[in-house]
Design a protein around this ligand. Sequence first.
Ligand code: S3P
Length: 419
Amino acid sequence: MGILRIRKAKRIAGEFRPPSDKSITHRALLLAALSERESYVGRPLMAEDCHAMMTCLRSLGARAIEDGPGFRIQPSPWASPELPLNCGNSGTAMRLLAGAIASFDGVAATLIGDESLSRRPMKRVSEPLRQMGAQVEGDRPPLTIHGRRLHGIQYRQEVASAQVKSAILFATLRATSESTVVEPSQSRDHTERMMKAVGIDLMTEGLSVTVDPSPVRGFETTVPSDFSSAAFWIIAASLLPGSELVLRDLGLNPTRTGLLELGNLLKVEGRRQVLGEPVGDAIVERTPLPEPFQIGGELVPRLIDEIPIMALLATQLRGRSVIQDASELRIKESDRVAKTAEFLNQMGAEVTPTDDGMIIEGPTPLKGTTIDPAGDHRIAMSAAIAGLIAEGTTEVKGTDCINTSYPEFVKHLEKLVEY
Ligand code: S3P
């Protein structure tokens, strides 16, 4: 179990490419494994979550050959794996795979996960997949899926969840009729953008998305870098005066960049599109700290993974920040409402957890202490960034979990931080 010791920093500075996007990597690997022709996925994120996806796909029959900075994925029939498919810590792998497996008539697989994933709700995917005609056992992991010839559904989601939406969209590709999914608010739309970009018949209208059963043609892509991983540095730069950063190839999908609504945190150059995704190079210069913020409603899904690090920012803002409508945060890799409040309060902050969010009074000076991130990668990285502004030494225990999404985090920390 790794321990990271962090001390107060002067600033961060440097130019680099944050790790490739986790959500886009999952989708690109899965879509490539469903293709009728060879595909190439360049610069996939090879962190534990996406490794789990790749291993599961290989166990289902996918042929993925490493080639340069990516993988060639060749068409191959899917078959029932002999052993359970281990999704590790990855909710995205489990939910997206559940959808795809359900669509292969005669293929059966059991999806398992680590301790954290085994506690997470799966009824949100098993229910719609059953409605489509699949046989699914388990509303929590392990989940056993018996694929069938599925029919499309009209499905109104109770919560905004890109994983649930994507499971239904992937399941429909091989179904006999179209599906329409309606969300209560917009969750990340990577699946829709990717499917459209490879020529799948998919239509979005407001909060509704309709996809037709379609064959998947081969495609080539390069995965952009992950805004959620970059967010740790964007916020560190706002907290440390004089910081200067350039973040290359940054994914700027507006369904992911809710954080930017807090203020002018970035200047973007070289805007471009990669497989339907907006990408650019982001320049982060020291901007005045934003005002305390109120986050709720439709904004929440667009920054859900950034809430732990945004809560750290709020501890340094003058006044009360409020996060609400974020009860989904309680069922992520950990109960992130509880864990965020716990580690920040341990460091001297004033954070009150609520049912669906938290209230943060600022500014409060932070002091170094020992933090246990409870196996949650985003809590571990948020605690490490907190250590850069805290007095004394901050110790983050169990940092191995950072490999879930950002294996080079410590290397980047060492490269960027100036004391
Ligand atoms: C993800 C969707 C989000 C997010 C998760 C990744 C995805 O969860 O929190 O880290 O890749 O689809 P939801 O399914 O709750 O939107």
